[in-house]
Design a protein around this ligand. Structure first.
Ligand code: FAD
Length: 478
């Protein structure tokens, strides 16, 4: 097209998938343009997701720790909440990180265009910028436009007291009575933040358990925390209607065999996310979407259009930043003619609740559902000196192939679970056996040691857990 700029790779969306793809393609010598409709790069993860939620979780955890401290003989006065300052502190972190991404783009020669990208066809992207339209003629495009919170029509009243995670992270006020609809990781994390700040949380979940992806024994300490620190946790409860009632929200729900109408100061709806790809001109390309609207891709992140790849939340699956970043590598490698694919990749999941839960590989539930021949080893943190010295409870477990003794899955609930799960992912990726893990010296006293002792427990001889079971024969040390 006349007047259009030619580029090797155009990436649409500068979230953890998009900027990772753009940087990697530039590192590999390609001329790359990165399109982002928002002023600050970083996507949902940086602006309305991973980072602000973890900043608030960190800040509010201090309140909980200070309360626990009185049992240790150290007492603090009741905290004074300065909400504007807390919000400004969070914002300063986002500014720093967003600026960092911008600088990294510049250093790599990635051209960043602030504007909205829309496909004209399979070769041309139109970018609507504040200064007018720009046309890019690309060799390959990577769609990384992410996702947004789902807000069912029945709840979408245009009332700001009905929040999604986006508004909840703005932390406009601390409502007295807050209803959280959805017991997935976002509802649980943000519920934990608001509970620490003083809101009375009623959490409702339509299914029979919270954090459905996690094994029940891992979720148990989080359920216990929520039952103690939230006003109420209602399982099998279904919210069907909301309406405005003065300065409150009237909510109709069914649970425990009855129907109730209740008033809340605010409601947080965290019931899933929908892809951002209905208005980016995909109808002018050969790209296809599935029945839920996500872009269909193969294991090499190829869409049905040979010139267009897609990565991250917009293709569905596990909607996590590190999964998006890995898909970015796959897409770029394939564009460069490499053989990479997103297959059998171990993607750890972490829920940053109190305590944290993390797992990777095969869960015990999955192993049972698929009829896999596995053995499960568990190490309760009551036997960990580090956990006792820091008042932490937790559990570490391994799902081990019964025959080869290869580690297939790792699950941890407890302080720092998210920091430790990378070791589990490495063990699975490297094909490590329980014996390898049991024979890897871990420093004492650490939470990480529980991984080693859990592997020892698999053989029936964990130092800090007595087992009456006859120990399984372990391979001899070479
Ligand atoms: P996104 O981060 O959604 O980025 C897409 C970008 O594309 C956006 O910046 C958007 O503005 C831009 N865009 C969209 N359309 C266009 C267009 N037409 N033109 C130009 N730009 C466009 N994940 C974790 O791994 N760990 C966590 O702890 C975690 N916590 C979370 C907490 C919350 C509250 C939420 C909501 C999410 C959390 N996530 C977490 C999920 C994580 O944020 C997403 O999985 C991740 O951001 C997806 O990355 P992405 O690159 O696919 O898309």
């Amino acid at each position: 097209m006349k007047g259009s700029q030619k580029v090797d790779v155009v990436v649409i969306g500068a979230g953890p998938g998009g900027y990772a793809a753009a940087f990697y393609a530039a590192d590999k010598g390609r001329k790359v343009v990165l399109i982002e409709q928002e002023k600050r790069l970083g996507g949902v993860c940086l602006n309305r997701g991973c980072i602000p939620s973890k900043a608030y979780l960190h800040a509010t955890k201090m309140i909980h720790e200070a309360e626990l401290s009185s049992a240790r003989g150290i007492e603090f006065a009741k905290p004074v909440l300065k909400i504007d300052k807390l919000r400004a502190w969070k914002e300063s972190i986002l500014e720093k990180l967003g600026g960092g991404i911008q600088q990294l783009a510049k250093a790599r020669g990635v051209e960043v265009v602030i504007g909205r990208g829309v496909f004209e066809d399979s070769k041309i992207l139109r970018v609507e910028t504040p200064d007018g339209q720009k046309f890019l003629q690309f060799d390959k495009a990577i769609v990384a436009t992410g996702s947004k919170p789902a807000l069912p029509k029945a709840f979408d009243l245009g009332n700001k007291r009905i929040m999604t995670s986006t508004e909840a992270l703005e932390l406009e006020e601390v409502p007295q009575e807050l209803l959280v609809v959805g017991g997935g990781y976002i509802g649980m994390e943000l519920g934990t933040v608001y509970a620490s700040l003083g809101s009375k949380i009623t959490l409702v979940e339509a299914m029979g358990s919270i954090l459905a992806g996690a094994d029940a024994d891992l979720a148990r300490p989080v359920v216990k925390y929520a039952e103690k620190n939230f006003k109420e946790v209602r399982l099998g409860a279904k919210v069907s209607k909301m309406s405005t009632s003065g300065k409150q929200i009237k909510v109709h729900m069914d649970f425990g065999g009855k129907s109730v109408d209740e008033l809340y100061d605010r409601v947080l709806v965290s019931v899933g996310r929908t892809p951002n790809c209905s208005d980016i001109g995909l109808q002018h390309t050969k790209v296809q979407r599935d029945e839920k609207g996500f872009i269909k891709v193969d294991a090499q992140q190829r869409t049905s259009d040979p010139n267009i790849f897609a990565i991250g939340d917009v293709v569905g699956g596990l909607m996590l930043a590190h999964k998006a970043a890995r898909e970015a590598r796959v897409a770029v490698d394939v564009i460069l003619g490499g053989e990479n694919q997103f297959k059998d990749v171990i993607v750890p999941a972490v829920v940053f609740t109190e305590p944290e839960i993390a797992w990777c590989g095969v869960t015990e539930n999955e192993a049972r559902d698929k009829g896999l021949a596995v053995k499960v080893a568990k190490f309760p943190w009551g036997a960990s000196g580090r956990a006792l010295a820091t008042d932490k409870e937790g559990l570490t477990k391994l799902v081990v192939d019964a025959e080869s003794e290869r580690i297939l899955g790792v699950g941890i609930v407890g302080a720092g679970a998210g920091e430790m799960i990378g070791e589990g992912a490495l063990a699975i990726e490297m094909g490590a056996t329980a014996f390898d893990l049991a024979n890897t010296v871990h420093p004492h006293p650490t939470y990480g040691e529980t991984l080693m002792e859990c592997a020892e427990a698999f053989y029936g001889h964990a130092t800090h857990v007595y087992s009456r079971k006859a120990p399984a024969p372990a391979p001899q040390n070479a």
